[in-house]
Design a protein around this ligand. Structure first.
Ligand code: NAP
Ligand code: 8YV
Length: 322
């Protein structure tokens, strides 16, 4: 039997490419000199897509070119680059890579929190520049006696909360709905959470539903000793409002793994000594990226074997039937 055509808009991990090449006819769209012409010719034959946020948006205009597409297997738990509602309308399955990265992202979130509050990168720079020979590093802020507010107590949020508890820090949270089976204090509004805590840690999905929910009003409520940690998506935080809040002391500091226009980071943030900036590395260990990549492959293989998708997103028709 002829192999099903699976397309890829940009290169992915070797683990993914090698396995997809073994199972499917893999169409490497980025190698085509004229992608439009290729899709006019090949589009109707493509039944699967392996996708990554860096490959651009998968929206109605792209889906129009793929009339027989059955499944989009996306790398990463966040899939805000895929119009999953539009895919659902067309009966196209969308899968993501949940759970396999929870601990890795939670570990990184705690590392970023500690690095921000105790100024670990700044202290490292201090030593390397020889300043320790002149005088000790200045005393820093502390995690002690703080309350930490998690925005989005989902799979990763809960893994973060567990770790924070072990640090002896009280956890509060905000999401649209209270979570069952947790004892953390729930705040129905984000401003309410920001008023009640002095560290705000954001770990929601991106997309229109959460765009700029962390705005000037929330930062004002967080207050002058407040610290913002964002490991969600850059779009969740109004970056301009954040820069202003960091400049004028509305909040104390921020630790950011994600930005509105990645990989471009505003020069104002780069120039600030009192923030910690990471290049979107929440899940970026070999171990965890391999697990995510394997799930991208396994979803496609399961689908074309007739076993259904392994990890469909909530919007897909499949999860509604299940
Ligand atoms: P999840 O289990 O679906 O949890 C998402 C949480 O966000 C839920 O508790 C949800 O609760 C809440 N939420 C959704 N919309 C909201 C809104 N408008 N306001 C407030 N809360 C809202 O997802 P997950 O697996 O934990 O992943 C979360 C996100 O982390 C991903 O989507 C991705 O954007 C980000 N992420 C980043 C990295 C990184 O490298 N930095 C790595 C992995 C994931 P309600 O539905 O009750 O509101
Ligand atoms: C990935 C992520 O780095 O899973 C997510 O939502 O943000 C990260 O784990 C990203 O999706 C890959 O580019």
């Amino acid at each position: 039997m002829a192999k099903a055509h699976v397309a890829m808009a940009g290169p992915m991990m070797r683990l993914i490419m090698e396995q997809l090449e073994a199972h499917f006819a893999l169409d490497r769209l980025w190698e085509a000199p004229d992608r439009g012409a290729l899709l006019r010719d090949l589009g109707p034959r493509i039944r699967g897509m392996a996708s990554s946020p860096g490959h651009g948006r998968l929206d109605a205009a792209v889906l129009d070119q793929l009339p027989n597409l059955e499944i989009i297997s996306s790398f990463g738990v966040g899939y805000d680059h895929v119009d999953a509602a539009e895919a659902a309308r067309r009966g196209i399955i969308v899968t993501n890579t949940p759970d396999v990265l929870n601990d890795e992202v939670a570990d990184l979130a705690l590392g970023l929190l500690l690095a921000t509050i105790r100024q670990i990168p700044q202290a490292d720079r201090y030593l390397r520049s020889g300043k320790w020979l002149e005088k000790p590093y200045p005393l820093t802020a502390t995690l002690r006696e703080r309350k930490l507010g998690i925005v989005g107590l989902g799979r990763i949020g809960k893994a973060i909360a567990k770790r924070v508890e072990a640090f002896g820090v009280e956890v509060l949270y905000h999401s649209r709905n209270p979570q069952e089976g947790v004892t953390y204090g729930y705040h129905p509004t984000l401003v309410g959470l920001a008023e009640a805590c002095d560290v705000l840690l954001v770990i929601t999905p991106g997309g229109e539903g959460t765009r700029h929910i962390v705005n000037a009003e929330v930062l004002e409520a967080l207050g002058p000793t407040g610290i913002l940690i964002n490991v969600a998506r850059g779009s969740v935080v109004d970056e301009r409002a954040l820069i202003e809040a960091l400049r004028d002391g509305t909040i104390l500091s921020a630790g950011l793994d994600v930005f509105e226009d990645e990989p471009r980071v505003p020069q104002e943030l780069i120039d600030m000594e009192h923030v910690v900036l990471l290049p979107h590395v929440g899940s970026a260990s070999v171990h965890t990226r391999n697990a995510m990549g394997q799930l991208v492959v396994d979803n496609l293989v399961a689908w074309f074997d007739g076993r259904g998708p392994l990890t469909p997103v909530p919007e897909t028709p499949w999860s509604r039937k299940a």
